[in-house]
Design a protein around this ligand. Structure first.
Ligand SMILES: [Zn+2]
Length: 455
């Protein structure tokens, strides 16, 4: 993979694509023979595109240099999310925009820090993600295989509610800092009394575009395959589903218009140049302890107090007022392919740890069986690192015992810039996990109801 990516990079250096395809192939082969090693070593060419580098520091000194690069140079850490977590022998994914590429590359070379270019053409991929061929007559069929602007998503919400007036209801759960509405869709496929419910939110973190794409896909799939797919029918017969496609609309909008790498909401902190709170550090679950930051410029800034942000408060209020019916809480993120369960805010085990563990394990096994893709699983704090103030932990503490966070595709090949051609695959995998967990929860509640009846 690394050699392949390097070749792409070298092709860009040569501007090889100005030749015809035959000549290009010849030049390509000659070029590899003559120059590959040399250029691999020097890596000298002025970058015209942002890059994503994968770097594994192998000494404490290299750790410090990387921390310094990620803080003081114009770069964006993709993994880990904050420089505090950079450590020896652990992969760092760093986005380096074109204009700071030369400086950063030189600095890494100077300190003999080796790196692999994961993406040499980030700008091109960003452009590809934003392409919307709405004039394409096939666009209807491929709607769920593309990314959409916030306006398109609002239109889609209205259209879906209009198309399914008896089964889909739009609920305004709150609004964002910049006064954008937070709409959740309620899917209720029948009128059985005392139905339980599942909540799914997407797009807490603005740059994780695959997440809202999944929420849209999930609603579409549920409505289309009810009475067609057995698992989906069983689930929707037994529970309502609330879907919040974009929990952080201001941030999401900003990733389309200003900064594709934006993560937080758009709260302007008075007296500082810093914008944004990490909504997934803003819930009241060991709020702002180790693993979050009270520094407003940090990517994991926890906010002024728990639920200080209108977006997290809106979701918390809704869950509080529906906690008796909502049995399952799911929050969709990317990337790294993980199925996480509480807790992330402490190393302690949840009281129903083994039950939850069994569910994520089964979900990961099903994904592997059907799609041959590997997802790791376990409690957040032990699987990644401490992350207090998360929505899943808070929901669990509220009493929604089946609470999970999914990290969708991929493992870093494209990271946040997952190409549209991968949306379908990522959504199918997440859907498999949702189905596995929902069916397990139903099985458990039916078993407990019937055991109560026999007693
Ligand atoms: Zn996230």
């Amino acid at each position: 993979m690394s050699a392949y990516l390097r070749m792409g990079e070298l092709g860009q250096c040569l501007d090889i694509f100005q030749f015809g395809p035959d000549i290009m192939a010849t030049v390509w082969v000659l070029f590899i023979f003559l120059n590959f090693d040399l250029l691999l070593k020097t890596g000298q060419c002025a970058e015209t595109s942002g890059q994503v580098l994968s770097i594994t520091p192998n000494s404490q000194e290299q750790v410090e240099i990387l921390k310094n690069v990620s803080i003081h140079y114009q770069t964006v850490l993709w993994q880990p999310v904050s420089s505090d977590y950079i450590k020896e022998q652990t992969q760092v994914h760093l986005y380096v925009p074109a204009n700071s590429s030369q400086t950063v590359n030189d600095l890494l070379h100077r300190h003999s820090i080796t790196y692999e270019v994961m993406l040499s053409n980030a700008d091109e991929i960003i452009e590809m993600q934003m392409r919307n061929d709405s004039t394409d007559p096939r666009s209807g069929a491929t709607f769920y295989q593309r990314y959409h602007t916030l306006e398109d998503i609002y239109d889609w919400i209205n259209r879906t509610a209009k198309d399914y007036p008896n089964t889909v209801k739009v609920i305004l759960v709150g609004s964002s800092h910049e006064k954008r509405p937070l709409y959740a869709l309620k899917l209720s496929l029948n009128n059985r009394p005392n139905k339980k419910a599942m909540w799914i939110d997407c797009g807490i973190h603005a740059r994780e575009w695959i997440s809202p794409a999944f929420c849209l896909f999930f609603v579409h799939y549920s409505l289309l395959f009810y009475n067609q797919n057995q698992a989906m029918t069983q689930i929707l017969d037994n529970m309502d589903v609330y879907v919040l496609p974009v929990m952080n609309p201001d941030g999401y909008k900003y990733t389309w218009t200003n900064d594709r790498m934006w993560r937080k909401n758009r709260f302007p902190k008075k007296g500082t140049p810093c914008i944004g709170v990490d909504l997934n550090r803003n819930f009241d679950a060991n709020w702002c302890t180790r693993g979050a930051s009270d520094y407003p410029c940090s990517e994991i800034y926890c906010g002024a107090f728990p639920e200080s942000e209108p977006e997290s408060q809106a979701v918390a209020n809704f869950l509080r007022s529906h906690k008796d019916s909502i049995q399952i809480y799911l929050s969709i993120h990317s990337y790294s392919q993980m199925l996480l369960m509480p807790y992330s805010c402490t190393m302690d085990e949840a009281e129903n740890h083994s039950e939850l563990y069994e569910m994520v394990k089964q979900a990961a096994e099903n994904i592997r069986r059907y799609y041959r893709n590997i997802y790791t699983y376990g409690p957040g704090a032990k699987t990644i690192y401490l992350a207090p103030g998360g929505s899943d932990d808070w929901a669990h503490m509220l009493g929604i015992k089946y609470s999970f966070t999914f990290e969708l595709q991929d493992r870093g090949r494209y990271g946040f810039l997952l190409p549209p051609s991968h949306i379908q695959g990522a959504c199918n995998e997440a859907l498999t996990a949702v189905k596995t967990i929902a069916l397990k929860v139903m099985e458990k509640s039916q078993a407990s109801t019937s055991s109560r009846q026999t007693v």
